[in-house]
Design a protein. Structure first.
Lengths: 90, 976
């Protein structure tokens, strides 16, 4: 598997550390309530298909990435800097 | 027998080798198989289950029969295919799976018991008594059935692994692959051309067709020379591409020729990971046998293999050859044999409308229905419309048609499609993204079709790469149409082999169908069809055709089994090259490593780091003696310890304080420059992630320390917090763990020691507890921190790593003049347990600030990571297990980590568990064992005597719950 790092180009997946669903970018407010926090911390879909998750280019530039990929075909569809995605949410 | 005049062997380079102890001579260019056939050695192996005599069937890597063991002792290598084993001087090969010898194999008795050894026999025969299976049946079956054996010794051979990148990977260097590589190379693409053979050309080396008026092999040589001269082409022979993986990644196994591999330090095999923008699969096709009674005798071979032996290796596998099949392959083979002067006894073409323009005995519409001969073929029986004919022959060349080598196209779960015109499975486009099949593996069987298909595939690949294809015309070549009438098995009694390597017959497959193992995957597992080291390369298609017939379904309706990498057997040692022994994980050494070894310190692993456990003094024979002395040294004089392995993260920028306030439970924005503070860090789910001290070096400059174990995790977490949650904050992070060598100087005499070394002297007033700041040693810049993990007055001094070795030696030498010295991990651990300080034994991922008695460290005045989740009722339940100290009060004075705790009088069962012990040590300061533990409502139970039970070590004793700080509870010593 290869991931295209926006800084470094296409790299082997061994350079990256996997983190989990990209919902982690959408941290609720402290008073958002139990349900919102449960969804943020624990409740996850397990899609056969397109998923967005976080990868850290640990053996490279140190960038956190949002990788959109297909769990069935293993195709990596898009890669964005987590910082850019987060700025878009703000 | 060896033929005159022909072939690609070098008759001027004789090579001497042995097989089963007998010496023979072959030539450079021979394989073990061709050299043995040249000496009329037909019996080379015994079969897996029935110990039937077996000979060479093929001339390639798909060989199921001719497996041998090469080498002796630790270098013994079993199951090497004689058909791809290059002959070298001094080669010693042995046959396998026979006793006492290949000629006289007593286990051939199994063949007589064949009626009891059919599909699934062991499921049925050895059911009872149950206990006999493991003790008796299985060992006996394993000894009787099998292939070659491993030596059982450590493999001393060297293997290598490597990475390569290219625009286009061409897999297979036959006519299609060569054309694809040439077009791509001419178009400027970076090309890697792999072929598992020792030379390029593929079938052109084995056949006699011409290309552009040149013999095919010569044409291949010329185009290969042109490619080899180009800078953008890399030709890798002896390299089998073993698998297709995600993202254009391919695995490939390169076998180095013996002359190279036998050099000192040279690898035997290299496992490659090749990353290609596009790939062309030109893997060719494999000829498939026909199943008929006793079709497994030595001397019965594939027609294409016979042609290869005649044309490439100048060997005739027989003196009176017969041919049987359903394609023109047998006619071509007969013509080549006649050209070479070999007698052809008969040609049996199963196609009723077949014609033959050769001058020989011809049986159109005939079928070979049986063979005879004790240890090799002597005669065949032919079923004709007018009855059975018997013919004397010592070699039968058979052909049941060709199977395209679609394997790699299916490695990402794709399934091939059935093409009835060629009675074979062919790949569908797009089964592996970026991979285009070309030539025979794409169902294009004439040389002309292969050449043009190679060009087409390369054009497709170049287009995908965004390159314009150069102009290249396909050369002239034969374009004979492929005509086949499917023939999988000849009807009749007796055993007709499908899978030669696993001894699976037509009868076994039919029996599987009868017993309702109708799915092809069930049939495979019930009969073991295709499960041997050749993965059923020459037998799977025929087996599923038989299954389709037996179950009344079509072949495509029956489907194929799953194709998985690797395409050929691949040594784990090659894939894991350099990952054995110390290569298993990286080793990290501190700057004091050499000095610690010089002092005789045994090193222990802490993550990837190596740290000294103790520094034994003369006369000390047990680590406890050294450890107790070192603890006393720190409590009474001064000790020096390398703490460089703790993670150090440099944090700078106007928003550095904001980041720290957010990742730590407590405040760091209020910390004054020149001061340090202990911080606690939570995961977002409310559990403790890590702890450590962070120093504020300047208004916008902090240095955070983490525990050794969590250094990488904390760095990742800080980067996540910054990039993914607050990218708007102006702050930069970098790990400086390896840039600074840092040493703890601890004990009542620590200041005396440092004052002898520092350019500016310290006092308790100018550098109080938790101070930090710059310092210098003879002009060398250093950083000084007044922090303590021992509870004593202590400092940590950091210098650029290049001064680490020198400073450590100086510190230890000066400590020794003050009745102190170096201390190791064991003493460090005792010192911190005496003080109730935490490590990852306590911060194990399931404990909260509440559990650790640190709930008040979560600031009310600000948000932080993990704060909301930490307030969940379940994480602040007073019944939770909480941190306490333990003292022994029972007869057994030793405490053990990992033991469980029970209320006195309760049975020591899981449902009664009150908690567990995380850390223990003998305290020389207190004169008894002490432990840290988590106990339900622990802080409310101080003074209660409970039971400690270590089920693993068989220890039960009584312990008293106490405060986790055993020594100097008001902390006066650290401030002094």
């Amino acid at each position: 598997m290869r991931i295209i790092c926006p800084h470094c180009g296409a790299r082997d997946r061994r350079e990256f550390t996997y983190q989990g669903d990209a919902v982690a970018l959408e941290r609720p407010a402290p008073d958002a309530g139990g349900a919102a926090w449960d969804d943020y911390l624990h409740n996850r879909e397990n899609p056969a298909g397109v998923t967005r998750d976080l990868w850290y280019h640990e053996q490279g530039c140190g960038a956190w990435l949002v990788v959109t990929r297909n769990t069935v075909t293993h195709a990596v569809l898009t890669t964005d800097l987590a910082a850019t995605v987060r700025e878009g949410l703000a | 027998m060896r033929l005159d005049g022909k072939g690609q062997i070098d008759r001027n380079s004789p090579v001497s080798f042995s097989f089963d102890g007998r010496r023979y001579q072959g030539f450079a260019g021979d394989t073990l198989a061709s050299a043995l056939l040249a000496h009329d050695v037909r019996l080379v192996a015994r079969s897996f289950k029935y110990h039937r005599p077996r000979g060479v069937l093929t001339a390639g890597s798909e060989e199921p029969n001719a497996l041998v063991t090469v080498g002796q002792g630790a270098a013994q290598d079993p199951n090497i295919r004689a058909t791809t084993l290059e002959l070298f001087d001094g080669l010693e090969a042995r046959s396998q799976n026979r006793w006492p010898s290949l000629e006289w194999d007593l286990l051939a008795l199994n063949d007589l018991g064949a009626p009891f050894l059919g599909a699934g026999f062991y499921y049925k025969t050895f059911m009872w008594p149950r206990a006999f299976w493991e003790k008796l049946y299985e060992p006996v079956i394993r000894r009787a059935a099998g292939l070659g054996a491993l030596s059982g010794q450590h493999n001393a051979d060297t293997y290598e692994r490597a990475h390569a990148h290219c625009d286009l990977l061409v897999i297979g260097a036959g006519p299609a692959g060569l054309m694809a590589a040439k077009l791509a190379a001419d178009s400027g693409a970076d090309v890697i051309l792999c072929d598992e053979d020792t030379r390029t050309g593929g079938r052109l080396n084995a056949d006699t067709q011409e290309i552009d008026g040149l013999p095919g092999a010569l044409w291949a040589e010329e185009i290969t020379a042109e490619l080899a001269a180009m800078e953008n082409v890399r030709i890798m022979t002896r390299t089998t591409v073993t698998g297709a993986y995600d993202g254009g990644t391919y695995g490939a196994l390169e076998r180095l020729p013996h002359a190279v591999a036998s050099r000192k330090g040279a690898p035997k095999e290299t496992f490659w990971r090749i990353v290609a923008g596009q790939a062309v699969l030109a893997a060719g096709a494999l000829e498939r046998p026909v199943a008929f009674r006793n079709n497994d005798r030595p001397g019965i071979m594939m027609a294409s293999a016979v042609r290869a032996y005649v044309n490439r290796w100048a060997v005739s596998p027989g003196r009176a050859v017969t041919l049987f099949g359903n394609t023109d392959s047998i006619h071509r083979t007969a013509a080549d044999l006649i050209d070479a002067g070999v007698h052809v006894a008969a040609l049996i073409d199963a196609r009723p409308d077949a014609t033959c323009d050769l001058d020989l005995r011809f049986y159109p519409g005939g079928q070979v229905c049986d063979s005879a001969g004790r240890k090799g073929l002597e005669a065949i029986s032919i079923a004709t419309p007018s009855g059975i004919d018997k013919i004397q022959t010592d070699c039968l060349a058979m052909s049941g048609g060709w199977n395209p080598s679609v394997h790699l196209t299916c490695h990402m779960n794709g399934r091939p499609v059935w093409n009835p015109e060629i009675a074979a499975f062919v790949p569908q486009p797009g089964m592996v993204p970026g991979l285009t099949a070309a030539g025979a593996c794409n169902g294009q069987f004439s040389t002309h079709q292969c050449l043009t298909d190679g060009l087409t595939a390369a054009t497709t690949a170049l287009q995908a790469l965004g390159r314009r294809a150069a102009a290249l015309k396909s050369p002239r070549a034969e374009d004979t149409p492929y005509a086949i009438t499917p023939l999988w098995s000849v009807p009749g009694k007796g055993r007709a082999w499908l899978d030669f390597q696993n001894d699976v017959t037509v009868k076994d497959v039919k029996q599987a169908a009868t017993e309702n193992f109708r799915s092809v995957e069930h049939m495979k597992r019930y009969t073991t069809q295709g499960m041997a080291t050749d993965q059923g390369k020459s037998s799977n298609t025929a087996a599923l055709a038989v299954l389709a017939d037996a179950t009344g379904r079509s072949i495509p309706g029956t489907g194929t089994t799953t194709f998985r990498p690797p395409y050929v057997p691949t040594a784990i040692a090659a894939m894991g090259a350099h990952a054995q022994g110390t290569g298993f994980a990286p080793q990290r050494f501190t700057t004091s490593h050499r000095a610690s070894l010089d002092a005789g310190a045994p090193m222990i692993e802490a993550g990837l780091w190596y740290r000294p456990s103790v520094f034994p003094a003369p006369g000390e024979t047990h680590w406890r003696q050294s450890c107790d002395r070192e603890v006393g040294m720190v409590r009474n004089a001064v000790g020096v310890c390398d703490v460089s392995t703790l993670g150090k993260i440099d944090i700078q920028g106007p928003d550095a304080a904001k980041l720290l306030d957010f990742v730590y439970t407590n405040r760091f924005s209020s910390l004054k420059p020149g001061r340090c503070r202990y911080g606690l860090m939570l995961r977002e789910d409310g559990h403790v992630m890590d702890d450590g001290t962070t120093a504020r070096l300047g208004e916008h400059h902090y240095v955070m320390t983490t525990t050794t174990a969590a250094a990488a995790q904390v760095m990742r977490h800080l980067e996540f917090t910054h990039q993914a949650l607050h990218p708007e904050w102006d702050v930069s992070l970098i790990s400086v763990t390896e840039q600074w060598a840092q040493f703890a100087v601890a004990g009542p005499k620590s200041r005396d020691l440092l004052n002898g070394l520092l350019d500016k002297p310290l006092s308790n007033d100018n550098f109080p507890f938790m101070a930090c700041g710059p310092a210098s040693i003879k002009g060398t810049k250093a950083r000084l921190f007044r922090i303590s993990f021992s509870g004593e007055q202590a400092y940590e001094i950091a210098v650029p790593a290049r001064f680490g070795d020198s400073l450590f030696r100086q510190l230890v030498a000066r400590a020794e003049t003050l009745d102190g010295g170096a201390y190791g991990m064991e003493a460090l651990n005792v010192l911190r347990i005496e003080k109730g300080f935490l490590t990852h034994a306590e911060l194990h991922g399931r404990t909260t600030a509440f559990d650790l008695g640190m709930a008040r460290m979560i600031s009310d005045a600000k948000d932080c990571i993990g704060k909301t989740a930490a307030q969940r009722p379940g994480l602040t339940d007073p019944d939770r297990e909480q941190l306490v100290g333990l003292k022994p009060v029972g007869a057994i004075k030793q405490l053990t980590a990992g033991a469980h705790l029970f209320t006195a009088g309760d049975a020591p069962t899981r449902e009664n568990a009150q908690g567990y012990v995380t850390s223990v040590a003998f305290s020389p300061t207190l004169g008894h064992f002490m432990g840290l533990a988590f106990v339900q409502r622990g802080p409310a139970r101080l003074g209660e005597v409970i039971t400690l039970v270590d089920h693993l070590r068989g220890i039960t004793t009584r312990v008293e719950i106490c405060d986790p700080v055993f020594f100097d509870q008001d902390g006066g010593r650290a401030r002094g």
